[in-house]
Ligand binder design. Structure first.
Ligand code: CP
Length: 313
């Protein structure tokens, strides 16, 4: 049966090989839909989804909202700044009150690792993790892999390097799980202070020299330095970081081969990547954003299919 194996999307590790195929195939169909003059399907007319964002977001929040609207779901949005969380209400009470208004599915971004799983265990609703602290960002990894497959084909045996602030990055963790599940070889690269000590136990190659990482890889995923998650200095200065780990045309030209360039956004131009590189034809950063809508449509549709009787995609 064409059914996703999970009831919630909390992280990448719970997904089976069949789930990846199902998500990517469904996303391909939805990508066609969102490129038509009429970008909507009526599939989720009977579904109401609440997007709860306890942390800032541009791409993920808008992408989920558009995905839900393209599927004809009813959508409500919630952000902490305007909510009663400030008056001391717990997360579970807040969500149970939202669910009492006949909401069917919750999308949550939260600064605390494990918050999506905690909710899935304590409220009666399907939960999608839109990023929980430095833990996981599963839809980002799915859209990154989907975009890479469009450029590189099957990822089995492909070399993918993830560069920068790995230790604070939910994008890195979810990408490592997803890329390895799809058969890719993964390398992480950055200053030692930004590489987690447990990295090798995740089965990835570890490198501190950016040029060596670039020589090794078919594609590179450049990460932003997450200053908002740092309470100490992890490197002497942004200028030095940029000199050693910023991706520039000169560095790419020095390895004498084309590589595909990803970035989950938001970009700090001139820090981890120059404008020239971010806007170059090997960069697929805006493809990632476009594919994000299709991937989120697929995830929502497949999860909703488990609780509602809905028409095919
Ligand atoms: N990639 C990503 O999660 O971006 P936002 O923080 O803007 O959602």
């Amino acid at each position: 049966m064409n059914e996703i194996s999970v009831n919630h999307l909390l992280g990448i590790q719970n997904l089976t090989e069949k789930d990846f195929d199902l998500i990517f195939n469904t996303a391909s169909q939805f990508k066609e839909v969102i490129n038509r003059p009429i970008k909507k399907v009526p599939s989720l007319r009977d579904l109401t989804i609440a997007n709860l964002f306890f942390e800032n977001s541009t791409r993920t929040k808008l992408s989920f909202e558009l995905a839900e609207k393209r599927l004809s779901a009813d959508v409500i949005n919630f952000s902490t700044s305007q909510s009663s969380i400030k008056k001391g209400e717990t997360l579970v009470d807040t969500v149970n009150n939202i669910l009492a208004m006949k909401v069917d599915m919750i999308v949550i971004r939260h600064p605390h690792a494990g918050s999506a799983k905690f909710l899935s265990q304590n409220v009666n609703s399907q939960i999608i993790n839109a990023g929980d602290g430095a833990h996981e960002h599963p839809t980002q990894a799915l859209l990154d892999c989907f975009s890479l497959r469009e450029r590189l084909g099957d990822l089995k045996g492909k070399h993918i390097a993830i560069i920068g602030d790995i230790i604070h990055s939910r994008v890195a963790i979810s990408n490592i799980f997803a890329l390895k599940a799809l058969g890719a070889e993964v390398m992480i690269c950055g200053p030692k202070s930004l590489l987690p000590k447990y990295a090798e136990s995740m089965g990835v190659n570890v490198e501190i020299d950016l040029i060596k990482a670039l020589r090794w890889c078919d594609a590179v995923n450049m990460l932003r330095v997450q200053n908002e998650r740092m309470n100490i200095n992890y490197f002497p200065s942004t200028r030095e970081y940029s000199k050693l780990y910023g991706l520039t045309n000169e560095k790419i030209q020095s390895i004498r081969k084309p590589i595909t360039i990803l970035h989950p956004g938001p970009i700090n131009r001139g820090v981890e990547i120059t404008s020239e590189v971010a806007d170059s034809e090997n960069a697929i950063i805006l493809d990632q954003v476009e594919n994000g809508v299709a991937i989120r449509m697929a995830v929502i549709y497949l999860l909703a299919s488990k609780i509602k009787n809905i028409s095919s995609a």
